[in-house]
Ligand binder design. Structure first.
Ligand code: UT7
Length: 325
């Protein structure tokens, strides 16, 4: 009996409209908001991001990433028996992006649902898929992170609108008799809801409250650097491995300073840190599978490498997945 799960294919998709910092600075200046390429690069490492067109939703981005992951795994959509989408920017209040995406893939019948853990969503979703495969409830899963954060940005707030982008990443996770996912570690602390949230909600046919992203950046920064180290260490301990066993660290791509500080705490040379935040900005739940796919396709990550994936974000949520690719 197989009792492990392994990634057998990766894929990603970015909407074609790419804005460099210079493009965004010019657009914001037209609306009276002052920022600069220098500030954005120095404080975050971000140089460009992609924004989806107004009629493009998370399921549209996610389905493109999913098709590429299926192709890489050599599977057809009809082979899939579980779809989990990590997103905080769903197409509708309900049904889930996973159900909409299932239909866009032209399949029906398999389990499909969303996971909402903001920027930790992908490590949450991967852990859930791994558990369902290990218990025999699924054999071939699509795990997707897909976001259109541009929809929830307040373009009059320079402290947040320069940070985020849109995109999607996907993996195929299959039952295997050799270990792929080695260990994972998930956490949340709901007392920090207010430091990163979109407080609006739908009620009586209206949106009540403010449906735009609010973030206390320095508070999130401080929490993030601590929990990313502790989650990595807990995951390594569960797998009986040490820092030195990690070939590649793929943290949530929010801020290069947080990512480098995590690598240093794990005593990893910065060459082992996967960085795509410069080109994608913060794509929330999509950032880890996007970074994974880019690095697999560039030949950086190879079969057999040990990867540490780490998410952190609103909730407050955080977690890590250690895997043999
Ligand atoms: O995805 C979930 C996880 N999210 C994160 O991990 C984000 C964590 N936080 C961060 O990455 C950082 O806190 C930020 C990048 C958001 C902010 O960087 P910071 O170094 O913490 O800057 P700050 O918020 O302390 O602001 C420093 C200064 C302020 O000016 P004063 O008060 O010192 O005069 C801000 O008003 O920078 C100013 N500022 C800007 N200036 C130009 C803030 N945003 C901008 C901007 N352009 N876009």
């Amino acid at each position: 009996m197989t009792c492990f799960s392994r990634i057998t294919g990766t894929g990603s998709y970015l909407p074609p409209r790419r804005l460099t910092n210079a493009d965004l600075v010019a657009e914001l200046a037209a609306g009276g908001v002052e920022t600069s390429d220098e500030w954005i690069v120095e404080r975050t490492g971000i140089r460009a991001r992609h924004f989806a067109a107004a009629d493009v939703s998370s399921s549209d981005l996610g389905v493109e990433a999913a098709k590429k992951a299926l192709e890489a795994a050599g599977l057809e959509p009809s082979d899939i028996d579980l779809i989990i989408v990590a997103t905080s920017t769903p197409d509708m209040v309900f049904p889930s992006v996973a159900c909409i995406l299932q239909n866009k893939l032209g399949i029906a019948g398999c389990a499909a649902f969303d996971v909402q853990a903001v920027c930790s969503g992908f490590v949450y979703a991967l852990t859930v898929a791994d558990a369902l495969i290990k218990t025999g409830s699924a054999t071939k899963a699509l795990v997707i992170g897909a976001e259109v954060f541009s929809r929830i940005l307040d373009f009059s707030d320079r402290t947040t609108c320069v940070l985020f982008g849109d995109g999607a990443g996907a993996v195929v996770l299959e039952a295997s008799d050799t270990p792929g996912i080695l260990a994972s570690d998930l956490h949340a602390d709901g007392k920090h809801v207010g430091i990163l949230c979109v407080p609006g909600h739908v009620s009586g046919g209206k949106v009540l409250g403010d449906p735009l992203l609010k973030m206390d950046g320095p508070a999130v920064f401080k929490l993030a650097v601590g929990v990313l180290e502790s989650a990595a260490r807990a995951t390594l301990a569960k797998a009986n491995l040490t820092d030195a066993d990690i070939d590649w660290l793929i943290p949530h791509q929010a801020n290069i300073r947080i990512m480098q500080s995590t690598a240093k705490k794990l005593k990893m040379p910065l060459e082992k840190l996967i960085v795509t935040v410069d080109q994608h900005g913060n794509t929330s739940a999509a950032s880890i599978p996007l970074a994974l796919d880019v690095s697999v396709r560039s030949g950086k990550i190879k079969k057999g490498d040990t990867l540490m994936l780490e998410g952190v974000g609103g909730g407050f949520t955080w977690g890590a997945v250690l895997l043999n690719y």
